[in-house]
Ligand binder design. Structure first.
Ligand code: PLP
Length: 379
């Protein structure tokens, strides 16, 4: 069988063997319901609380500020809806390059008469801090929701400055940190966040688990009602297997953060150099001045008949990457993020995204295969 190359780590990452070991142990030996008060229940509960302590420790949060959720989509929904319903927020300021789980929740809230302002971005994907500040000066109870790192083009917003502005203007600050957690050392004791969302499957943990950091001052009401799990914030028997797997994955990501970063940065530069040498008129989307999300490289190829089926041809050639287009009613168009940065629609974009498990040999193979699919540099 053909050995496939996986360059789609911004979509999801493979589970690490150490994570699988921890999850297997929980599956085999700790099946109790954490709400039961007998031995098995107490044992399961202890695992969850130990995980909460570790996750909180990594982010420098208090233990009571971490809530496990089924995914980041859930955490984002909880915050946006909860801020309106429970914190009397009348206005949400966000960005037109956010993930759909934020944008679609905001559309829903707009239909419920909440004022929603979507900031636009420049060609590199940055919002204007001046524009944000002008809005924050208005006397309205506001939540600003700005993602840390963009999942499609890798731009990292000026989070420290945005956080400082929100603090200065008494504004709640939510950050979708899904792509950044485990890659950048986020410290909630130093940077002001009211809420921060994360998802395990982006840092080599399992799917179906995430967490919300909620600053102790901003308690919203639960989105799901039922039992008293997650300190009454999220009812439903806890996914202890995935909580344990996510915690192990996050611990490993923090321990190896610098080594992984260096390896992926080298790989990314090597890929960029090879692409620039071999192919005509290619453009890299998103900000290329560090810090950027080093796991993501969004490449735009010039228009040609050859590139029309690029994603499809890469897949046939054994390479999993991601397309920069969205398909609506059978018509392909640039994704909302590419449109927001003013990407020319006739060009074809592929997002390659890496993990520390990728190699330069894989890059070489991808370059060789790409040469048969796109216009190469004339000699
Ligand atoms: N936010 C960002 C920036 C993402 O990249 C993703 C996943 O693609 C999500 C949110 C949603 O995460 P989850 O799959 O945990 O719902």
């Amino acid at each position: 069988m053909m050995k496939r190359i996986y360059f789609d780590n911004a979509s999801t990452t493979p589970l690490l063997p150490e994570v699988i070991d921890v999850m297997s142990d929980v599956m085999k030996n700790h099946f109790g319901n954490p709400s039961s008060i007998h031995f098995h229940g107490r044992n399961a509960k202890a695992i969850i609380e130990e995980c909460r302590k570790k996750v909180a420790g990594l982010l420098k949060a208090s233990i009571g500020e971490i809530y496990f959720t089924s995914c980041a989509t859930e955490a984002n929904n909880m915050v946006l809806k909860g801020a309106v319903e429970d914190l009397n927020v009348s206005r949400i300021i966000s960005v037109n390059t956010e993930h759909h789980c934020v944008l679609h929740t905001l559309e829903y809230l707009k239909s419920k008469k909440v004022e929603v302002i979507l900031l636009s971005v420049d060609a590199n994907g940055f919002i204007s801090l001046d524009e944000l500040e002008i809005l924050l000066k208005e006397e309205k109870k506001t939540l600003a929701s700005v993602m840390y790192a963009n999942n499609e083009v890798g731009t990292i917003q000026e989070i420290e400055k945005i956080s400082a502005l929100c603090k200065e203007h008494n504004t709640y600050f939510h950050c979708d940190a899904v792509q950044a957690i485990g890659k950048f050392p986020i410290d909630v004791s130093k940077t002001y966040f009211s809420f921060l969302s994360a998802s395990a499957h982006k840092f080599h943990g399992p799917k179906g688990i995430g967490f919300l950091y909620m600053n102790g001052d901003n308690i919203i009401k639960p989105m799901i009602y039922g039992g008293a799990q997650e300190r009454n914030m999220r009812a439903g028997t806890e996914n202890i297997i995935c909580i344990a797997g996510m915690t192990k994955a996050l611990e490993m990501a923090y321990e190896e953060i610098e080594d992984r970063k260096q390896k992926i940065l080298d790989l990314r530069s090597y890929f960029m150099e090879s692409l620039s040498q071999e192919f005509e008129d290619i453009v890299f989307n998103g900000s290329q001045s560090y810090p950027y999300l080093y796991t993501v490289l969004s490449v735009s190829f010039p228009p040609s008949d050859k590139v029309a089926l690029l994603m499809f041809n890469l897949d046939i050639a054994g390479i999993s990457a991601s397309s920069g287009s969205a398909c609506s009613s059978g018509v392909e168009s640039d994704s909302h993020v590419l449109q927001a940065i003013g990407h020319p629609t006739e060009r074809k974009t592929i997002r390659f995204s890496f993990s520390h498990l990728n190699t330069k040999e894989e890059v070489d193979t991808v370059i060789e295969k790409l040469k048969t699919m796109t216009p190469v540099m004339a000699n």
